[in-house]
Ligand binder design. Sequence first.
Ligand code: PGA
Length: 246
Amino acid sequence: MRKKVIAGNWKMNKTASEAKAFFDELLSDINVTDKEVVICPTFTSLSAAVEKCSGSHVGIGAQNVHYEKSGAYTGEVTCEMLTELGVKYVIIGHSERRMYFAETNGSVNKKVSAALNAGLTPIMCIGESLAERERGEMERVVGSEITEGLSGIEPTDKLIIAYEPIWAIGTGVTATDEQAQEACAFIRATIRGIWGDTADKVRILYGGSVKPANIKTLMASNDIDGALVGGASLKADFAQLVNYDK
Ligand code: PGA
């Protein structure tokens, strides 16, 4: 049985004091044990978030990391800098990072590997654009994001994948339950092709305009093991998403 993961990606939102206020208001409502709850604030709020959530069941993640252990990489942060703070997860290869910061399957691969070596749980994001979907290329794009992203990495149930069709991110357009399940089943089959039965233990999340109105049926799909939530994780809505089955 794969434990569901409900993860919030705050993107470039909330100062550290705003992050603290969020946890003060919502921590008791999102502190559940039947699911893994993760919040990914900005780097500047990580410390405050870890402190606020210590003793709770909410884990804290970063939104990016560098793969080198140290060096002349102005503006970047290492895995060790995150683990020392008490950060447990890291989002890698979000489509916004691929789009605006030139991340590639190659850099994603190095980051996933570095994160696993450091004991962080990577949340590796993949997903096709609208044009790619319309050309019938979802499987080709997502397939190569997986095979190149996981190249040379030993099978591990620590990996979390987030399937986020780019056309559904921040647009209000959610993939239908069938589209999301079909893609996540394809993703699991692709992982099985390279990692064998470990594929049954990898959690695959859906992301893209997840909200209280659509989460329940998405989570009922066989191959969907949780959600990566952007906009709705910034508000009180997030507690409703975590408690979608209550
Ligand atoms: P959204 O973002 O929920 O606002 O669509 C999801 C994401 O980018 O992770």
